[in-house]
Design a protein around this ligand. Structure first.
Ligand SMILES: NC(=O)c1ccc[n+]([C@@H]2O[C@H](COP(=O)([O-])OP(=O)(O)OC[C@H]3O[C@@H](n4cnc5c(N)ncnc54)[C@H](OP(=O)(O)O)[C@@H]3O)[C@@H](O)[C@H]2O)c1
Length: 327
């Protein structure tokens, strides 16, 4: 006993305990806003894109616990099915389905929507979650720069093709997972597809700014329909998002920086809280065109309030995705 006391009072043990405790409380503090309200989602239909891992998977898990029917829209069916089985086993909710959706292919998006509409005539919440970050320059199957193509253009087409069923199911919601990175973004009006020059960081920020501009423009277009649309920043979350970012694959990051950053990163479960809040909180009925962070409203960057650019982006997106001619 006295030996134990001695070692506790020994300065190095004391310091280790203080530092350990401080790191533990910092980690808890950094988890941010949590959605704690009870809701029953039985009978409601959800689509979550990019649902096999990270924030999307945790979003599905929470909706499944609350009884919702969820379509997990993923490009990799093996990973999607593994995630689905895990969630079904944990929640005992059998109404969780995996379906193929590759947001880098307009054909795949159209096929997904056609298949969904054959199975369901209702959709209460669409969560546009899937995303890629800081990839080397790559084009989608339709020739779009990948980050703009997946993060914005793919979701633009998906959302528009699902609007009829969302309107029929109103009150219904669209949740757009954007990022704080939108504050560093600019819409490159003269070179939207990054053909003249390409920066991995700028293309990501542009795509996340596009998410917010899309949300605000769509909110205006949906006035009076009882379909709401809101965007959000999930926080800085420990997921696979940086997998294409060369710097994050270096040993320096893997064996040093990641451990240093660990206390300030949100877990995927905490990262999903603002998506769950935007999708489920009844207090948000009728709330539209907003941006949330840590389960509360947050102001957007001045560039995200530029309605002229929002309209430009909408019209370009209609042309790129073939939405105008297909209407
Ligand atoms: N993590 C953060 O700190 C953070 C911060 C701000 C915003 N966000 C946003 O949060 C969202 C979720 O990211 P995350 O952090 O959870 O990253 P993640 O773990 O990498 O998950 C991204 C998901 O998107 C899917 N995806 C990628 N390309 C796709 C495509 N072409 N078609 C369909 N699905 C595709 C991925 O599928 P595969 O597994 O098959 O690749 C994966 O399921 C993204 O929109 C991201 O921009 C994240």
């Amino acid at each position: 006993m006295s030996c134990c006391l001695c070692s506790l009072l020994c300065p190095s043990v004391l310091w280790a305990a203080i530092i350990g405790g401080a790191i533990y409380f910092l980690k808890i503090y950094m988890q941010g806003g949590q959605f704690k309200k009870d809701t029953d989602e039985t009978g409601k239909v959800f689509i979550v894109t990019g649902a096999n891992t990270g924030i999307g998977k945790e979003t599905v898990r929470e909706i499944a616990k609350r009884g919702g029917t969820v379509y997990m829209a993923c490009r990799d069916m093996n990973r999607c099915e593994r995630a689905r089985l895990e969630i079904v086993a944990e929640t005992n909710n059998k109404n969780i389905f995996s379906r193929v959706l590759d947001l880098s292919s307009l054909d795949s998006i159209r096929e997904f929507v056609a298949g969904f509409k054959k199975e369901q005539d209702k959709l209460h919440v669409l969560v546009n979650n899937a995303g890629v970050m800081r990839c080397p320059k790559t084009l989608t199957k339709d020739g779009f720069e990948l980050q703009l193509g997946v993060n914005h253009m793919g979701h633009f087409l998906l959302t528009n093709l699902l609007l009829d069923v969302l309107k029929k199911s109103a009150p219904s919601r669209i949740v757009v997972v954007s990022s704080l990175a939108h504050t560093r973004g600019a819409i490159n009006v003269d070179d939207l597809n990054s053909e003249k020059s390409y920066s991995e960081a700028d293309a990501y920020s542009q795509s996340k700014l596009a998410n917010v501009l899309f949300t605000r423009e769509l909110a205006k277009r949906l006035e009076g329909t009882r379909v709401t649309v809101n965007a959000l920043h999930p926080g800085v979350v420990d997921t696979e998002l940086a997998r294409n970012w060369a710097f994050f694959q270096t040993n320096f990051v893997k064996y040093f920086l990641k451990h240093i950053l660990w206390p300030v990163l949100k877990t995927p479960k905490s990262g999903a809280q603002t998506s769950i809040y935007a999708a489920l909180d009844r207090d948000l009925d009728g709330v539209t065109g907003m941006y949330f962070s840590d389960c509360k409203p947050k102001d957007v960057a001045p560039a995200a309030k530029d309605d002229k650019t929002g309209k430009f982006l909408w019209e370009e997106s209609e042309k790129w995705t073939g939405l105008v001619s297909s209407k």
